[in-house]
Design a protein around this ligand. Structure first.
Ligand SMILES: [Zn+2]
Length: 245
């Protein structure tokens, strides 16, 4: 975590160049948010508790928590917001994620094999992880007033996971091409904002309960934090001799 501290607080970080040392940059914003094994364990416990609650008592959770929020959001829709939200939601759609994910991976491969392989692996693994959890929990989607079509199970929200798999990887790939730490930090903050916005649109559009989106975000944080540890272990071992600028 000294890596994270350096990125955030070092006075030299304003001017220091990244490309020769992108191995010292977190692989996403997640390890900046989740800093210790205890926090990872706590997040895993919260996610497990949510999944078990949804599996065994989805009805009460819907009645007490999710339905009031979903109804409030649906009753505050406007035509302008509808159009904006649809566009934001599209940025986490299968079309965008399955097109830009491989392109992002190829862009990374050109500079660093480990980063490229990581991005491609995350793109490929995300649907498997998502659908495994969805099948295990088996929660029906809300059926109040959907603005778009939603198929399959509801928990956790797939859009928020797809957004993390694509937009969450952008800062790491950017670090291969842009040497400014300030740009890296801005991209990390933007990636988090993008993931939160894309997740929120699914509640607005009526295809997910709020707790699906929260659980998806928690799972993102958890998986990307674990990925960061594995990534640095492998990346440090190979040193990227051939592919660094
Ligand atoms: Zn590398």
């Amino acid at each position: 975590m000294t890596v994270v501290a350096d990125v955030l607080t070092s006075p030299r970080s304003q001017t220091a160049a990244l490309p020769r040392a992108h191995r010292h940059v977190p692989s996403s914003a997640a390890p900046l948010i989740v800093r210790s094994p205890q926090q990872i364990a706590a997040l895993a416990a919260v996610f497990a508790a949510m999944a078990l609650t949804v599996h065994w008592a989805s009805g009460p959770l819907v009645q007490l928590v999710d339905h009031p929020i979903e109804s409030w959001v649906i009753h505050h829709r406007t035509p302008t917001a509808d159009a904006v939200v649809r566009r934001i939601s599209f940025l986490g759609s299968s079309q965008v994620v399955y097109t830009l994910g491989p392109l992002l991976g190829l862009a990374a491969l050109a500079r660093c094999k480990i980063v490229g392989a990581t991005v491609l692996a995350v793109t490929a693994a995300r649907p498997l992880v998502e659908f495994t959890f969805k099948s295990l929990v088996g929660r029906p989607r809300p059926d109040i007033d959907r603005l778009v079509r939603g198929t399959g199970y509801s928990f956790p929200c797939g859009h928020v996971m797809a957004a993390a798999a694509l937009w969450g990887m952008v800062p790491l790939v950017l670090s291969l091409y842009v040497s400014s730490r300030r740009v890296w930090r801005a991209s990390a903050i933007a990636s988090v904002a993008m993931i939160v916005m894309i997740g929120s649109t699914r509640v607005y559009l009526g295809v997910h309960w709020p707790s699906d989106v929260v659980a998806g975000a928690i799972l993102d944080l958890l998986l990307l934090s674990l990925l960061d540890r594995a990534f640095h272990r492998v990346h440090d071992r190979y040193h990227c001799r051939a592919s660094h600028p």
